[in-house]
Design a protein around this ligand. Structure first.
Ligand code: ADP
Ligand code: MG
Length: 330
């Protein structure tokens, strides 16, 4: 087994705000193997974006503070790297596509200016001016934008949301990163466009052999996009497994709740879902953060945080009820 491309160990991040300290990430653990497409699902506010920004070391500090944890990229701890080494990781190693393509592009520079700057600063090889231009046009063509030369000279405001996101994808992949982080890349787009963008992303990462972390709050989307899936709840990874295993044999009560909350095409309305809501990070629940919403919760769950434990193969779950044998793998 080759070493993981990315390995996050016990990551804790908090934000200092006016009201106090938001203890958001609570021991995140996550691995991406070379060539793997990993899905990260969880409801809004569970800390998905915070985890990714921490990998790239782009969380504003203050208000954020990483109190514990290690983030290995190609077996080197990003948190111990010097500024220029982190810059290298951001440029050549890991690219990120954000939820909102409008905010990700600078309105006062042309698409061509922004794309060629990214290519010039981050290419592994030194390219001539012509070579950079060619690479940019190829990147725009790859994301199936019509008339790449016209787009190259245009400005973000002249493009639709879907076209802007295609430009962001072109930018993220133009430098052939080892890892692509796609953070809810279709959430801000029309439903009809979402599908096209997802299909395009899938094709491109296949062609380039890029490893991916695909973030979404939708189980349907993760099913299309990932080989292996992690489920996140209130700053913790509560379960991880190969996609087929996660969907056929979910173990954590939160994962089970998420699955039952998906409306069925065959009707019957929305199933019961999960009562309660994500906790307040100013004063998060002790022990397992899911315990106030969990039908299996005991004193043990209130007192101690369950560790992510391997059940079989790559299936891991952080739950005392599973350890106690109250929830069984099939
Ligand atoms: N810059 C910040 N300042 C204060 N709190 C923040 C900041 N960024 C994120 N948070 C808090 O961290 C929590 C997780 O946010 P986020 O990582 O964006 O969740 P997700 O991406 O899963 O929707 C939220 O409750 C949010 O309030
Ligand atoms: Mg987010």
């Amino acid at each position: 087994m080759p070493a993981p491309l990315l390995k996050i160990e016990d990551l804790h991040v908090e934000f200092k705000v006016y009201e106090g300290v938001l203890r958001v990430l609570n021991g995140v653990q996550l691995i991406v193997n070379p060539g793997e497409r990993v899905g990260l699902v969880g409801e809004a506010g569970c800390g998905k974006t915070t985890t990714m920004k921490c990998i790239l070391q782009i969380l504003p500090s203050p208000p954020s503070r990483t109190t514990e944890g290690r983030i290995f990229f190609n077996e080197r701890d990003i948190r111990q790297m010097k500024a220029h080494e982190i810059q290298d990781v951001r440029g050549k190693g890991i690219s990120m596509i954000f939820q909102d393509p409008t905010a990700a592009l600078n309105p006062v520079f042309s698409i061509g200016d922004q794309l060629t700057t990214v290519i010039r600063c981050n290419s592994r090889t030194t390219l001539s001016k012509k070579g950079i231009h060619q690479r940019a046009i190829t990147a725009l063509r790859e994301v199936q934008l019509p008339d790449p030369n016209r787009i190259f000279d245009g400005y973000p405001i002249q493009l639709s949301g879907g076209m802007r996101q295609r430009v962001c994808i072109a930018m993220a992949l133009a430098t052939e990163p080892e890892l692509l982080i796609a953070d809810e890349p279709t959430t801000s787009l029309d439903v009809t466009i979402q599908d096209q963008i997802l299909r395009l992303l899938n094709e491109l990462v296949d062609e380039h052999g890029t490893s991916v972390i695909f973030i979404t709050h939708s189980l349907g989307v993760v099913r299309e996009m990932a080989d292996r899936v992690y489920v996140m709840y209130a700053g913790c990874i509560v379960e991880g497994a190969e996609k087929s295993e996660l969907f056929s044999d979910p173990l954590h009560p939160y994962t089970r709740g998420l699955m039952s909350a998906v409306p069925k095409l065959t009707g019957g309305g929305i199933a019961e879902g999960i009562p309660g809501r994500i906790p307040d990070y100013l004063d998060p629940p002790s022990g397992c953060r899911f315990h106030p919403r969990c039908p299996y919760a005991t004193e043990e769950c209130k007192a101690e945080r369950p560790e992510l434990t391997r059940i079989r193969g790559s299936h891991e779950v952080a739950c005392f009820a599973v350890e106690r044998g109250e929830i069984n793998a099939q």
